[in-house]
Design a protein around this ligand. Sequence first.
Ligand SMILES: Cc1ncc(COP(=O)(O)O)c(C=O)c1O
Ligand SMILES: [Zn+2]
Length: 404
Amino acid sequence: LATTETGSRLSHLSCRACCTDLPSDRPAGVCPTCGGALLAEYDLGAFDARAWWHGLRDRDRTLWRYRELLPVADDRHLVTLGEGGSPILELTPSSDDGIRLLAKDDGGLPTGSFKARGMAVAVSRCVELGRTDLFVPSAGNAALALAAYGARAHRRVRVYVPDGTLPTLIASCRAYGAEVRTRPGTLREVGAAARTEEQGSGGFDLSTLREPYRVEGKKTMGLEIVDQTGPNGVPDAIVYPTGGGTGLVGMHRAFELLRSVGLLERIPRLYAVQPEGCAPVVRALRDDSPRVDPWADPHTIAPGLLVPAPFASERILEAVRATRGAGVTVSDRAIVESMRRLQREHGLSVSPEAAAPYAAVSELLRTRAVRPGETVLLYLTGTGLPFSIDALDAALGPGDQTRT
Ligand SMILES: Cc1ncc(COP(=O)(O)O)c(C=O)c1O
Ligand SMILES: [Zn+2]
């Protein structure tokens, strides 16, 4: 290897929906044949997985420790703010339900959410493939992450966010030098507006699953869990707040990858948590639907979970079904109450999305989806720092507050 090569095993891109393969050495968005999601494929033929796994212990803790299984080919293209390596914490005192509760907290990542993982990898690939002008529609956190990584990589960035996005978040995007365009509606309408306005602009669309590399960054959530717990200690279940679904797709890819090279035997069950007011993925899982139908009249206080029509939903459903997980809904009230409890009882300040998995635990126990003796990992996707719990509580409306 030349000294600047990462050793990435990336071989090509492929569309699962129509079996189209594409070279990975040029920029790509969605599948040119069917418009579906393109995913990265790796050549692991001569990959010595055990030696690689063993060698991880000498590497730094960022997600680039997994660089052979990530798509960036040249070190000089890495755009990093030190993302990855978030802690897995015991949630003590453990409940008397007989389950062991763990939390992986991505709130301390650059820009305060797990979105840093996806954007670090996607923006690095934009640098590698010569993309200079980038845009993303986002509920907020992906916009902030793109603004930061775009600044670091000296790219032009436009972000499209819903009207009503936290003013501090918008100001922060602008401080990174991004142009912020607020548009009405949920991510569905904002995304449609962005793609219409950007036609012919030359801007590259970094929307969830509409380019192949953000999900590769999300894959590191799964790689890291196995890395940190050890292959024999992986949790029985992972509970994940689901909006666009990249996290589920990414973790599933990680576990399948590790299993395919003989490093993992037992794959955790993946549980998708959504708010009662916007639960298209949970509904599709319960109805055994092949895809996710748009959710009418969506509403929730968790901005990142207000995704009424996720793209490439077959991949999301596949991740949950293949791991024998399920979907579960939680009320906004329970989300706010969980924010309070995580902060007061566990010292964890989390965003509303990140509180949703905690809110789901009682329902998972009640339905016996998780059982005594099992280890359950809650994925805490973002920091609570920009949020006021009291303001969220007040927004729930009379009679629905968490404080009596
Ligand atoms: C904090 C947080 N958690 C979860 C999600 C949902 O993520 P995913 O697209 O992986 O379903 C988002 C998306 O905006 C988010 O910002
Ligand atoms: Zn296709």
